[in-house]
Design a protein around this ligand. Structure first.
Ligand code: PMP
Length: 453
């Protein structure tokens, strides 16, 4: 390949090298401490994916507040990554920080509810419209538990995912279409099973394929994000969600909507904004303002069926390995997030700035005549280094341009802006200021001009 995303590979390589040098020069202290990895950690990092950031070494964070993050060398970045959604309501939102301080001296985990839990149940019911809830600690956890319920009550083993999906380390979702055929996703460590035995996969927006896959009535559950956000962003075609719901109901298949990223749409997620009717609902990451927590909800019918299932089955537990879940720190932080941070007013501001960002980036792309586009779901914006809109995971994978994206990422860091590392995702938080959005548009303009020149 001599060009990627309309840019010559030689130019990308040049810029990557010069930006890496600039990154290093600005971080002498960090280079001394982590330039050769963090001592004591396998691979030099406490989580393996920290090595996948495109910067020459990880940014060693000193502190973060609102939508700004500072490293130990005193570089301040406008943060649009926001912990890849964990901090999408800003770093240490004041109400959450206060709640954590309040709870800090009252015990951190007891395997018993606190009074905040009394408030949380009704808050979740009102906000998301499902009547029955459980608490977990990560979105991965919540998805696993919800899928288990779907299998239990349908008595079916199989699930269905859309190509390009991501739902955390839920093993059975790690399937891809390769040349139109289901296969284990490449690169899975220690996965010896053929995951395609229990997982069907079709392209997003491909309703005939979905209908055919559900026809045998052997699928317990379709699990999906309302918008695919974990490949390059893919929006649903008009009517897609209605038909998805109709087809799943007709096939006796449950529908699990994973709102972990699309909570950017509005205070009740994409589900509330667009009137989706999931049987199972999952939200992780930012629900407790950055304290590890997730929630999963069941519709009335799902809950009744699960209760009936439980009353007939052998006694025993299926929620093991959850000792730290539903702890009082989670409840305190979640209550503050739901009551004081995920407010209508905050979402109005977030949406307003996200539109401005969308328009600003689009204008840059047009001005530089790049074959790129911008996609957005509420406060989540992404530029994609390929023409769009994308219609499915296959197209999204083809649009992904890792080398080019990595170069842009580091170039933006050097211009004072942090975006998500493995794709070009940017989040607007309630703490994000218009000036920060303007700086991002300017920085993106400068980088795009360098590439397009
Ligand atoms: N679901 C979705 C839609 C996600 O985007 C992610 C993380 N990117 C997860 C689940 C997994 O979240 P966690 O890593 O907190 O388990």
């Amino acid at each position: 390949k001599t060009s990627i995303g309309g840019i010559s590979t030689a130019r990308i390589a040049d810029l990557r090298e010069s930006e890496a040098a600039i990154f290093r020069r600005a971080r002498p202290k960090s280079a001394a401490k982590v330039g050769n990895g963090l001592p004591g950690f396998f691979g030099g990092v406490p989580m393996h994916w920290m090595n996948d950031w495109p910067t020459p070494f990880p940014i060693l964070v000193d502190s973060a507040k609102g939508a700004t993050i500072a490293d130990i060398d005193g570089n301040r970045l406008d943060d649009f990554c926001l912990g890849d959604t964990g901090s999408m309501f800003g770093h240490s939102p004041p109400p959450v920080a206060r709640a954590i301080r309040r709870q800090a001296g009252r015990g951190l985990t007891y395997m018993l509810p606190s009074e905040d839990a009394l408030a949380i149940g009704p808050l979740l019911q009102q906000r998301f419209g499902l009547p029955y809830w459980q608490i977990a600690t990560t979105a991965t956890d919540a998805n696993r538990f919800a899928l288990r319920v779907a299998r239990a009550i349908t008595g079916r083993e199989k699930i269905l995912v859309f190509n390009g999906c991501y739902h955390g380390s839920v093993d059975e979702t790690m399937v891809r279409l390769v040349d139109g055929r289901p296969a284990n996703r490449l690169g899975l460590a220690g996965e010896f099973r053929d995951l395609t035995q229990a997982t069907k996969i079709v392209e997003f927006n491909d309703l005939p394929a979905l209908e055919a896959a559900l026809r045998d009535r052997d699928v317990a559950c379709v699990i999906t994000e309302p918008v695919l956000t974990n490949s390059c962003m893919v929006l649903p075609d008009p009517g897609f969600h209605d038909t998805l719901r109709g087809l799943t109901r007709a096939a006796g298949t449950l529908l699990l909507i994973d709102e972990t990223h699309t909570i950017s749409t509005g205070p009740g997620g994409y589900t509330k904004t667009y009137g989706l009717e999931p049987d199972l609902f999952v939200l992780g990451k930012p629900i407790a303002g950055g304290v590890p927590a997730s929630v999963w909800g069941m519709s009335e019918d799902t809950a009744m069926r699960y209760a009936a299932y439980n009353s007939c089955k052998e006694p025993g537990y299926s929620g093991m390995g959850t000792t730290l879940s539903a702890n009082p720190l989670q409840f305190a932080a979640m209550r503050a997030t739901l009551e004081e941070v995920m407010t209508d007013e905050n979402y109005v501001r977030m949406d307003h700035l996200a539109r401005r960002l969308d328009a600003g980036l689009t204008a840059v792309i047009d001005r530089c005549r790049l074959p790129w586009h911008v996609a957005r779901v509420g406060a989540r914006v992404e530029f994609i280094c390929a023409p769009g809109p994308l219609r499915n995971g296959g197209e999204a994978e083809a649009a992904h341009a890792p080398e080019l994206e990595a170069t842009i990422h580091v170039a933006l860091v050097n211009r004072g802006v942090l975006i998500a590392p493995f794709h070009n995702m940017m989040l607007i938080s309630p703490a994000t200021r218009a000036a920060q959005v303007n700086r991002l548009i300017t920085a993106f303009g400068a980088v795009a001009a360098r590439l397009a020149a």
